[in-house]
Design a protein. Structure first.
Length: 127
């Protein structure tokens, strides 16, 4: 398998695909306080660069925590050795599909964060 296809791919509500490359951050100092701030580094892509095959694991996560979930995956370097697709399903839910890498670990990160949504029925959204 070509390692250049590894990464975290996200389909935004606007329909745009992005590939997460990492995070960038620093310390923000104001007065006596200082905090760390991060932003995701990503590139937009026209479509997924691979054919969609049945995923090793599929689960649903709360949309309010998708960015935090991606940060955790990046912190644990999962984007370097896995192929994960996170796709907008509806306003409150994203679907996570793991195509390669440690599917158990990726699921356990979401489960530890308490963002796994159970009992979601697959629905086709009207375009």
């Amino acid at each position: 398998m070509c390692t250049s296809l590894q990464g975290i791919y996200v389909k935004l509500p606007s329909g745009v695909w992005i590939r997460v490359k990492g995070k960038f951050g620093g310390i923000i100092a104001s007065g006596k306080k200082s905090t760390q701030a991060y932003t995701l580094v990503a590139e937009s892509i026209p479509a997924l660069p691979f054919k969609s095959t049945p995923p090793k694991k599929e689960f649903y996560v709360a949309s309010t925590a998708v960015t935090r979930f991606i940060y955790r995956l990046v912190d644990e370097k999962i984007h370097e050795r896995s192929r994960v697709v996170i796709e907008y399903l509806r306003p409150e839910v994203y679907v996570v599909r793991v195509y390669s890498g440690d599917a158990k670990k990726i699921y356990s990160v979401a489960d530890e964060m308490g963002i796994v949504k159970g009992g979601i029925r697959k629905q086709r959204l009207k375009a």
